[in-house]
Design a protein around this ligand. Structure first.
Ligand code: GLU
Length: 321
């Protein structure tokens, strides 16, 4: 067993070399996964697509593969919707109490779109990283933002360092097939945990899922979580350090569907994945990371993406543990 300590391993590393090694090992794992073709915008995506970006706070980017190709961010948007709600909470408008009385902070152990737990737990979703929880976050945002869609795009564009857009075809496709999300919203409304109409909440939610971003942009956009809440690109504070840590805690415990324990064990970073095959990861004090490979494993996480992240943290001292 190696006798090196964390401090000894924490030497400057050639991240470009590490990235090359990681990509070579991880990329073939995509062959065993399944692309979520039912997701609008993903019908024709090439399963061989692969991209990984590691972005330092000074803007240095270590990038491999199709890092400038856009895809719908899907569930990764749940992190940024929560950030918007917490920004409102920091402004002191009582949002914090309201939000956390309507959605929990525990892992669900159930699929991201499950209705079962919601029935047992009387319309209070387990956490904001599953669909039901994100619908509550959107419902809260509808009360506190003049224009939720514009606020979402504004935040993501600022963090990405360039404008990002919604693909309206993805929105239209998702709205047509959102039966399960509507069922959740209706169930929560029945339990008295929805203030706005199901249609309005679903519309906000699908717009956030349909924001199109690249791997490079998402790696940049994740950095503020690793930097105590300050966006290194603009120097602006996005959240207090205390709240940025809490968002990261929710990502670590709830951000990767039913595989959060496995991610904590093998990757050791706060992560959030989306069904289009991207995963963002925050490496405290070091990097924003994004990896994208569309084929998913049975838990709904990118198969090659997960392997790439665990190979990365095996090689570079980045984990939170
Ligand atoms: N738009 C998808 C849904 O609502 C997002 C799923 C995901 O990325 O986990 O089911």
């Amino acid at each position: 067993m190696s006798a090196t300590t964390r401090a000894e391993r924490d030497v400057p590393t050639d991240l470009d070399k590490v990235l090359d090694e990681v990509v070579e090992i991880a990329r073939p794992a995509a062959h065993e996964g399944q692309v979520a073709r039912e997701i609008p915008g993903m019908e024709h995506v090439d399963p061989e697509r692969f991209a990984m970006a590691l972005t330092e706070f000074d803007g240095t980017e270590h990038a491999a593969g199709d890092v400038d190709e856009v895809f719908p961010i899907q569930s990764i948007s749940k992190v940024f919707s929560l950030v918007l709600a917490l920004q409102k909470a920091e402004a002191g408008s009582g949002v914090s109490e309201e939000l956390w009385s309507r959605v929990g902070r525990e892992p669900s152990g159930d699929p991201f779109n499950s209705l079962v737990q919601l029935e047992h737990e009387e319309g209070i979703p387990r956490n904001p990283m599953i669909n039901a929880g994100a619908l509550i976050v959107d419902d809260v945002l509808l009360d506190h933002c003049d224009d939720v869609k514009a606020s979402t795009l504004g935040l993501l564009s600022k963090l990405a360092g360039e404008p990002v857009e919604v693909d309206e075809r993805v929105v239209a496709g998702e709205e047509e097939t959102s039966h399960r999300n509507r069922a959740m919203a209706n169930l929560m409304a029945d339990f008295g945990n929805l203030r706005h109409s199901v249609d309005d909440v679903i519309e906000s939610y699908t717009h956030a899922c349909a924001v199109m971003m690249t791997t490079r942009q998402l790696a940049r956009a994740t950095r503020f979580l690793a930097n105590d809440g300050v966006d290194p690109g603009s120097g602006d504070r996005i959240l207090s350090g205390a709240l940025a840590r809490r968002v990261a805690a929710i990502m670590l415990t709830c951000g990767t569907y039913d595989a959060a324990g496995e991610f904590a064990y093998s990757v050791g970073l706060p992560c959030k994945s989306g069904i289009a095959g991207a995963i963002i990861a925050s490496a405290p004090e070091r990097l924003g990371v994004c990896v994208w490979s569309p084929p998913l494993d049975p838990s709904g996480n990118s198969r090659a993406g997960r392997l790439a992240l665990s190979e990365l943290t095996d090689r570079v001292e980045l984990t939170v543990f």
